[in-house]
Design a protein around this ligand. Structure first.
Ligand code: XMP
Length: 526
């Protein structure tokens, strides 16, 4: 299905296209450019040429990448990119592509250059205007390459060198084509931001107009025009992305946005009331809460297998949502909180996880119900969504909320789900969350929660032996959930969690702390 194009006037002031040759830093380049208030997008290196050379493209960045330019499977650049008059910045492998294409020579470096190097600036204009900012002529840059430029092409000059790379930065004599062997996008190149700024504003003549405020304004106006008197549905989860979408739509079309929140009986303590209060009362979102607790718990009765649980919950969610949508009457659009990392077709991030997410997001509902998709966050990274959320007046309770899996507590009760198990887990989890909220730890944490284990053990309470449940506390630090490390929580915080859980939650006589990192473990226990 082709997604609805969210932003026809997104690039009124132009955009930068980054062609991805597989560098681990490609997304970072996009972010660094956006931080300078210029919109930029990552595209695969072999993207349709008409997209790369579109009228609103003000500049092209060729990313780094792991290829060896002389190997048979090297990723190649369409020559028409270099024949255009659009300014180009080649980074690392991107620079080598430029050198090779214009008739220079790349050779295997005798020594790999990895780490910081001192760049001597030979031309203090263009890319290096006002760099370094103390007026000197040397600045540290981050190198990470095996191959290097052996011979410059005709019409190119060196504009920077390091002790190991005489051609660490080069430019064409008469055209706006620049190459750097180092990585200006990483924090280890302290003046990299200034270099990118020079590329954007001196060389590409971009305007710094892309901000969360301008984004919200443009989106609101566009959605209002698109939707007219039509009706828009969205699924609310209480999480950051779906709340930002619902609020953006509410500000654009008011009550013509209907947000459906499904209570699947697997939510945390007080979660339904919080969502009603924050989304419905405080943000004024037209919210319908469907109590489907019984249906979910019945369908899950006796099921232990984690993937079966997920499947049952996923399918039932779609069923319940669809019924609710039908009861509302005719609708025209479905709004979704799809983000840029979910859709980015990048060489470096292409992989099964991106695909799974994409399919999960769309659920086939738009076709079945003949709904058009609105995905206003499609071009954005997560932290940009948070900025926009702040702009829309969404409270920190939502913007700083920890991720919560769609299958909810079902994957935190190991084995079959029971009412008693849910009750025990909810209480224990509320204590973990409460104790973290009493500290300033949460800004360094990714997730913090309790898990109910299918393990009973012996304890003693008063004079009596007990034989009760075990709760595991799981607290992790992570940047993107791909890898995670268990958090070194202060012992006194752990002690309070443990003693409160055992004193306040009936049916628990043992608390353990999970000290497993991901990999080899996962964050969730199921
Ligand atoms: P794992 O357990 O794979 O989790 O290390 C990584 C991140 O994904 C979340 N997670 C899920 N989210 N549906 C979701 O929406 C799921 O089935 C699911 N399983 C795990 C998990 O909370 C963590 O943030």
């Amino acid at each position: 299905m082709s997604a609805h194009k969210a932003l026809p006037n997104q690039t009124a002031d132009g955009r930068i296209v980054i062609l991805d040759f597989g560098s681990q830093y490609t997304q970072l380049i996009a972010r660094r450019i956006r931080e300078q208030n210029v919109y930029s997008e990552v595209h695969p290196f072999d993207t349709e040429i008409s997209e790369v050379l579109a009228d609103d493209v003000k500049g092209i960045v060729l990313s780094g990448g792991p290829s060896n330019i002389s190997s048979d499977d090297a990723l190649l650049l369409d020559r028409r990119v270099l024949e255009s008059s659009i300014p180009i910045l080649g980074i690392c492998y991107g620079m080598q592509l430029i050198v090779e294409a214009f008739g220079g020579r790349i050779c295997r470096a005798e020594r790999h250059e990895y780490g910081s190097a001192d760049l001597s600036i030979l031309d203090a204009d263009g890319l290096f205007r006002d760099i370094p900012d103390d007026g000197g002529s040397e600045t540290p840059v981050w190198m990470s390459h095996g191959d290097g430029v052996d011979k410059l092409p005709p019409d190119f000059v060196a504009i920077g060198k390091t002790p190991n790379s005489p051609f660490a930065a080069i430019r064409h004599l008469s055209r706006p084509i620049i190459g750097v062997q180092f990585h200006p996008e990483v924090a280890h190149t302290p003046e990299g931001k200034g270099m990118l700024r020079n590329f954007l504003f001196e060389i590409c003549k971009c305007k710094p107009t892309w901000t969360p405020v301008s984004f919200v304004e443009e989106q609101t106006k566009y959605i209002r025009e698109l939707v007219g008197d039509g009706k828009v549905l969205c699924a609310a989860s209480g999480g950051v992305d779906s709340t930002v979408v619902a609020e953006l739509l509410t500000q654009a079309v008011g009550d013509n946005l209907v947000a459906i929140f499904v209570d699947n009986g697997l939510l945390r303590k007080a979660e339904v009331d919080e969502v009603k209060l924050l989304l419905g009362d405080r943000l004024g979102i037209n919210l319908i809460v469907i109590d489907a607790t019984e249906r979910f718990l019945e369908a899950l009765y006796g099921v232990s297998d984690p993937q079966k649980k997920r499947k049952i919950i996923g399918n039932l969610f779609i069923e319940v949502f669809e019924e609710a949508a039908e009861s509302i009457g005719s609708c025209d659009f479905l709004a979704q909180g799809t983000l840029y990392p979910d859709v980015i077709e990048s060489v470096s991030v292409k992989g099964p996880s991106a695909l799974i997410k994409g399919h999960h997001n769309v659920w086939g509902l738009p076709e079945r119900m003949n709904l058009k998709l609105i995905e206003p966050l499609r071009p954005l990274f997560k932290d940009e969504v948070r900025l926009i959320g702040r702009e829309l007046g969404i409270p920190d309770q939502i913007l700083k909320r920890q991720p919560f899996p769609g299958p909810g507590l079902a994957v935190r009760i190991l084995g079959p789900i029971t009412d008693e198990g849910l009750e025990v887990l909810r209480q224990a989890d509320a204590i973990v969350r409460d104790e973290v909220s009493r500290t300033s730890l949460s800004s360094d944490l990714w997730q913090w929660f309790a898990v109910l284990l299918p393990v009973k053990s012996v304890g003693v309470m008063g004079d009596e032996r007990t034989y009760e449940n075990t709760i595991a506390i799981r607290v992790v630090e992570s940047l993107d959930a791909m890898t995670a490390d268990w958090a070194r929580l202060p012992h006194d915080v752990l002690a309070r969690m443990s003693s409160r859980i055992m004193n306040e939650v009936k049916g628990v006589n043992r608390v353990v702390y999970d000290i497993s990192s991901k990999p080899p473990s996962t964050i969730e226990w199921e």
